[in-house]
Ligand binder design. Structure first.
Ligand code: MN
Length: 267
């Protein structure tokens, strides 16, 4: 019974793909204007390369078709005194692990098993809340750990700094805007620096475990910097003082990694 259902779903999907492809062809054929046709091709190439970049964002480790939790790229106490060892240990080992486990449960034996999370995010509104919360949770934390470093802090350099100064006036103004996004996100969520489809930088925030790759996000783009402002990220050391945690975060930002991600998207 289940097999029949999924076979039917698959057939419908294939039929839809062919239908859309034939519509595209008809448009191209009936459009006598060559210039116009060229423009169409250019647009679709841009879209494709943006999607491709999105796919390359994070390599999530899988074993036997199930997501697994990678170890932190540094020791639990490496970010002290800015982020304490106990917080890192619980945040990674308990919270992140729980997202991984629940994501595996949510996609098991569904058509989403084996799909890139980035691809799932682009149609997030069509999928169950369990995939949204735990897929976002796994992806967001996997990125977050890479964006922190005991050798972090300071400012970025190169093209990223130039672009930050061009779009936010100065690095200080950018920080102010990011701090504000992180401090005013009501309840749980994330603050982000994203690159939109035109290569422009934006500061934004999302609730819960959403992220700007999801079709449900208000501001969409590829995150190159993110800050977890869930209480579980800071409560043991900072209690209710979220602004103190946000200020400390800047001391451990791995700008080399942020710059690398930026340069992958804007060439
Ligand atoms: Mn978290």
């Amino acid at each position: 019974m289940d097999n029949k259902k999924s076979l039917m779903r698959f057939s419908l999907m294939i039929a839809a793909v062919f239908f859309l492809a034939s519509c595209q062809q008809t448009t191209d054929r009936t459009d006598g204007n060559e210039q116009r046709a060229e423009e169409t091709i250019e647009v679709s190439e841009t879209t494709e390369s943006q999607v491709m970049n999105v796919e390359q964002q994070i390599n999530l480790t899988m074993k036997d078709g199930m997501y697994t939790l990678d170890p932190l790229p540094y020791a639990f106490d490496a970010l002290e005194p800015h982020i304490d060892a106990r917080t890192m240990e619980i945040h990674h080992g308990k919270h992140h692990q729980a997202y991984v486990n629940k994501l595996n449960d949510a996609i098991k034996d569904t058509e989403l098993a084996g799909m890139n999370l980035e691809d799932i995010f682009q149609n997030m509104s069509k999928h169950p809340a369990g995939v949204r919360n735990n897929g976002g949770g796994h992806w967001n934390h996997s990125l977050f750990w890479q964006l922190l470093s005991p050798d972090g802090g300071g400012q970025p350099g190169g093209k990223l700094l130039e672009e930050i100064e061009a779009q936010f006036e100065s690095f200080d103004k950018f920080q102010e805007k990011f701090n504000n996004a992180a401090a005013t996100r009501f309840g749980s969520g994330w603050a982000w620096l994203i690159v939109d489809a035109d290569g422009k930088l934006h500061v934004t925030s999302t609730p819960n475990q959403d992220n700007p790759l999801m079709d449900v996000a208000d501001d969409r783009g590829v995150p190159i910097l993110g800050l977890d402002v869930w209480e579980h990220a800071y409560y043991l050391n900072y209690q209710n003082r979220r602004p103190d945690y946000i200020n400390s975060f800047w001391n451990v930002v791995n700008w080399a990694e942020v710059e690398r991600r930026y340069s992958e998207l804007v060439k």
